[in-house]
Design a protein around this ligand. Structure first.
Ligand SMILES: Nc1nc2c(c(=O)[nH]1)N[C@H]1C(S)=C(S)[C@@H](COP(=O)(O)OP(=O)(O)OC[C@H]3O[C@@H](n4cnc5c(N)ncnc54)[C@H](O)[C@@H]3O)O[C@H]1N2
Ligand code: MOO
Ligand SMILES: [Mg+2]
Length: 711
């Protein structure tokens, strides 16, 4: 092999998540396989392999990059350059870098090899620690490298944890001691290892990932989807079949996991969620017989006649206010009780006369209180102006059904609150991460003047704005650069591992999905993340290169064994086109239905009454009348941004474009023009065709926002 190989492996306790690309060197894959064979892979993150030339400076520079930054690697293994050949000076490069030598590891490696062959004496390994990393030099022959690694592999997690500065007391108490005793490493042990944030540098060990083409692949195979293929060997037609929008939606629906139910306390946080289990009233509303009006509680006759009419003067025997602690005394025949709205009725009373139907007859001697009151109406029946217990919400009645949305209108949360419901089962909302990609991007609020081909990142703010208004928790994943190689992969891996404490279930990226040589999203998802691209092109305008992929969940990617059910699902990746209008349109069209499915919208457990169909997912579709002609695309379904208003005079919906015009000045619907979505509340669905849609014609419109009124 031409070069020296450095193999770095990250934090013990992480799983070797991705298999490496086959490389032209042989020791790398064998070392990776050794980690896997010995089950040690369950505690190591995926290794990063880098080939460097056989010279001291390059070797040292590379190692220092991996040890001296905050994003250090726990373990660095080199292969090759340890013998007596003229170019062999790996030990000479590594030795001066070591803060502390580990002659025990050297001894172990040599002893193991000497068991096999006396030629082991020709190997000059060194090992030790630099800063928080463990470094060992392995021989260049795959067999020798494997033997040496096998000799020390069981100790490496322990060594790395200690070198990284973790609390060794708790390590001994926890998994690692056991790990030694078991002479094997299992995920359970790994997860028992004490948490130490210094070791949480998940995102970093791919920074230097180097993807090396297979030695014996055909040029065709190599250039297919290879981000390193370069402009001369790039693909000149997209390898992804063109799906229709409906086909794409079907694929998304199939790949989107079912919603997950969680019990949560009834707080404002449940507003906007879908109910996952029927809710029954634990308390009746009202809990007591209550007055509906301010007035006088009376004993009304069953069948009023001239003789029994209530008309007349009555002593006011008691007062009942809407208050917490006291119940009024029972009402005697021939007396009345002053009562306020919502207050409990005195026992024996069966109706309330409004204060407006009475007059004061006589006050108490001090003049402050009513002594007697005259009832002016005779027309009062038992039960009048009274709310019976449970008449608003009967005890035990179903107040919410599975699939109901706890809307912002307030009715549902009001029902939960009024019945004293403490917890409710809802479907957990997915957390959505948004990542912009591209070297040309500048933060929207960067105070500096743009230079060269720089553009401001408008996709992240616009997408995050939509997602937030839809009620989904979001994570701003920032901007991922196209270069250096590996930056994008690193950003995506960070996102996949969950950002901060919150796991990101759905990742949205924008840019880099078309045919440019720096359009790296698809190959990165497939080749580096082990994901599956379910589609990479859709017959629509804008949004043609829209890409949808899933990446399988890997247990070690969650922060601990307490990962939630949501964290254990496959991750969905929507890689939307970079053009700002394309990104927003495809967000509405493809991402929203998946988010709706994940949040349980449209989910029903029981039978659906035709009068109450489940709420549909995605944007609601209506018909609207065009106020002017609009052109159509000959091949792709167009999603023309428009303003739909309801006419106050005839109740019809009318659609007006946010901007017409083809290429050139006034290219209103161009994919780059994010302004085509300003003021827009609808996407007009224009099937492909040669002739334009004329003014007055009816078109379908997908509603993104509320409909305003027009004259
Ligand atoms: N040879 C072909 N070229 C293109 C095709 C094609 O089929 N063959 N498709 C075109 C279509 S359609 C679209 S849409 C775009 C999609 O491009 P990408 O998704 O690869 O995105 P980029 O190349 O990264 O950027 C395109 C454009 O968008 C700007 N951009 C990117 N990110 C942002 C952001 N966060 N905020 C604002 N603007 C952004 C970027 O600067 C470019 O101008 O490809 C066509 N090409
Ligand atoms: O599909 Mo692109 O979004 O037409 O410009
Ligand atoms: Mg591009």
């Amino acid at each position: 092999m031409g070069g020296l190989q450095l193999q770095q492996v990250s934090t013990p306790r992480e799983i070797n998540t991705a298999s490496l690309d086959p490389t032209s060197d042989r020791a790398g894959p064998i070392l990776t396989a050794t980690f896997e064979e010995l089950e040690a892979s369950t505690i190591w993150a995926s290794p990063v392999i880098k080939i460097v030339p056989d010279n001291v400076i390059d070797i040292q520079r590379e190692i220092c990059q991996w040890t001296d930054s905050e994003e250090f690697f726990n373990l660095i293994l080199t292969t090759g350059g340890t013998g007596f050949a003229i170019n062999d000076f790996t030990p000479e490069a590594v030795s001066p870098l070591l803060d502390r030598h580990a002659s025990g590891l050297v001894h172990g490696m040599l002893a193991a090899s000497l068991n096999v062959t006396p030629f082991a004496m020709m190997s000059r390994p060194v090992a030790g620690t630099r800063k928080k990393s463990v470094i060992a030099t392995l021989p260049g022959s795959p067999k020798g490298a494997k033997e040496n690694l096998e000799a020390i592999i069981k100790l490496l997690p322990h060594a790395c944890i200690q070198a990284a500065g973790a609390n060794s007391r708790s390590i001994h108490a926890g998994g690692v001691k056991k790990l030694e005793a078991d002479a094997g490493v299992s995920p359970a042990h790994g997860s028992k290892t004490p948490k130490d944030d210094s070791q949480h540098h998940h995102h970093h060990h791919h920074a230097h990932a180097h993807v090396i083409p297979k030695p014996h692949t055909s040029p065709e195979e190599r250039k297919s989807n290879d981000p390193k293929a370069g402009p001369t060997r790039r693909q000149r037609s997209s390898p992804y079949p063109m799906l229709s929008v409906d086909e794409a939606l079907k694929v998304i629906n199939e790949r989107t996991p079912d919603p997950i139910a969680v019990g949560v306390p009834v707080t404002m946080a449940v507003v906007g969620s879908v109910v996952a289990e029927d809710v029954y009233a634990e308390e009746a509303v009202p809990a007591y017989r209550a007055s509906i009006v301010d007035g006088y509680a009376v004993i009304a006759p069953e069948s009023p006649s001239a003789a029994t009419s209530l008309k007349g003067i009555f002593p006011v025997a008691s007062v009942s206010h809407a208050q917490a602690f006291s119940m009024p005394p029972p009402l005697e025949h021939g007396t009345i009780s002053r009562i306020t709205t919502g207050a409990p009725l005195p026992p024996n009373a069966n109706a309330v006369v409004m204060v407006e139907d009475t007059s004061l007859a006589c006050s108490t001697p001090d003049g402050n209180e009513e002594a007697t009151v005259e009832i002016l109406t005779g027309d009062i029946r038992p039960g009048e102006n009274i709310r019976e217990p449970g008449s608003d919400v009967p005890l035990g009645s179903r107040i919410l059904s599975t699939g109901d949305i706890i809307s912002a209108v307030g009715g549902e949360i009001g029902l939960l609150a009024s019945t004293g419901t403490k917890t409710v089962k809802i479907f957990e909302k997915p957390c959505v991460g948004v990542l912009s990609t591209g070297d040309e991007l500048v933060e929207h609020d960067d105070p500096r003047t743009l230079i060269g081909g720089q553009i401001r990142d408008s996709n992240r703010p616009s997408l995050l704005s939509c997602l937030t208004s839809w009620g989904f928790p979001t994570v701003d994943l920032g901007i991922a650069r196209d270069t250096p190689a590996g930056a994008l992969e690193q950003a995506l891996r960070g996102a996949l591992r969950g950002v901060a404490t919150r796991s990101v279930g759905v990742i949205i990226t924008t840019g880099g999905v078309s045919m440019g040589e720096l359009d790296l999203l698809k190959p990165t998802i497939e080749r580096s993340l082990g994901g599956t691209i379910h589609f990479g092109r859709v017959s629509m305008k804008p949004g043609k290169p829209t890409t949808f992929a899933t990446v399988p969940f890997k247990p070690a990617e969650s922060s601990s064994n307490t990962s939630t059910q949501q964290e254990r699902q496959d991750r969905l990746i929507f890689s939307l086109p970079g053009n700002p209008a394309s990104a927003l349109v495809t967000l509405h069209l493809f991402v929203l239905p998946a988010l709706h499915k994940l949040m349980g919208l449209g989910y029903t457990s029981g039978e659906i009454s035709p009068r109450h169909p489940p709420p549909s997912s995605g944007l609601p579709l209506v018909s609207a009348i065009l106020t002017h002609g609009v052109p159509r695309d000959p091949k792709r379904t167009e999603y023309h941004r428009a303003i739909v208003t309801a006419s106050r005079s005839n109740g019809q919906l009318y659609a007006t474009s946010t901007g017409l015009g083809g290429p050139g000045v006034g290219a209103g619907q161009r994919s780059s023009r994010v302004g085509s979505l300003a003021k827009a509340n609808a996407l007009l669905v224009l099937p492909p065709g040669s002739e334009k849609r004329e003014s007055g014609q009816l078109v379908e419109a997908l509603m993104m926002g509320a409909v305003g009124a027009s004259m």
